[in-house]
Design a protein around this ligand. Structure first.
Ligand SMILES: [Ca+2]
Ligand SMILES: [Ca+2]
Length: 191
């Protein structure tokens, strides 16, 4: 623990005054649960306003008001509908989806910033057919540059004591010493 504390103090000096930006989280992936209509697969963030469904299954059915991709804040993605966050197109169609890949551009002016949950959402029933949380393929790489380094410690320390998902590496709900230890254990290039 002595080593961790020493590095933490050093990084605190480095991090003082540095700007904190969430970044586009390119490459983050959500693993869709299966809640209805055979929905399964993954959704990946391509850039700040593009997401990609892949290995996607869905029987194509649903009620008349449509079934849409729905992006939401972390705590709301499976229980609450804000229509502004529903992004098109309507995913229903006559032929079922099997192992498909397609991209969706977010509406003009909308980005993935602050949005961690994705659902395949049936509007008429206010019901998710499948959903998941976007997670980083290399969680300790807080700033997303492909390497776990002192910069990431500085980014983590700047969020110390908060619940910010970028730095809450073990998804415990707060940023603390456990996250710092996790970061140090993953030191070096992302695999
Ligand atoms: Ca990094
Ligand atoms: Ca944590």
């Amino acid at each position: 623990m002595r080593r961790i504390a020493a590095i933490a103090i050093a990084a605190g000096v480095i991090g003082a005054g540095s700007a904190v930006a969430e970044g586009p989280r390119a490459g983050w992936v959500a693993d869709l649960s299966t809640l209805g209509h055979g929905v399964d697969g993954f959704v990946r963030i391509i850039d700040e306003d593009t997401i990609e469904f892949y290995e996607f299954d869905y029987d194509g059915l649903g009620f008349t008001n449509g079934v849409y991709c729905y992006l939401a804040p972390r705590d709301e993605y499976d229980s609450y509908l804000n229509e502004a966050l529903v992004i098109g197109p309507d995913l229903r169609r006559a032929q079922s989806y099997f192992n498909e890949t397609f991209q969706i551009d977010l509406p003009e002016g909308m980005t993935v910033d602050g949005l961690y949950g994705v659902s395949v959402w049936c509007v008429a029933l206010d019901l998710s057919f499948g959903n998941g949380l976007f997670v980083s393929p290399c969680p300790s790489d807080v700033n997303g540059d492909g390497v776990v380094s002192a910069v990431d410690i500085a980014e983590l320390l700047s969020r110390w004591g908060t619940d910010e998902p970028l730095a809450d590496l073990n998804q415990s709900g707060d940023v603390n010493a456990a996250d710092l230890a996790s970061l140090l254990s993953n030191w070096g290039p992302c695999e």
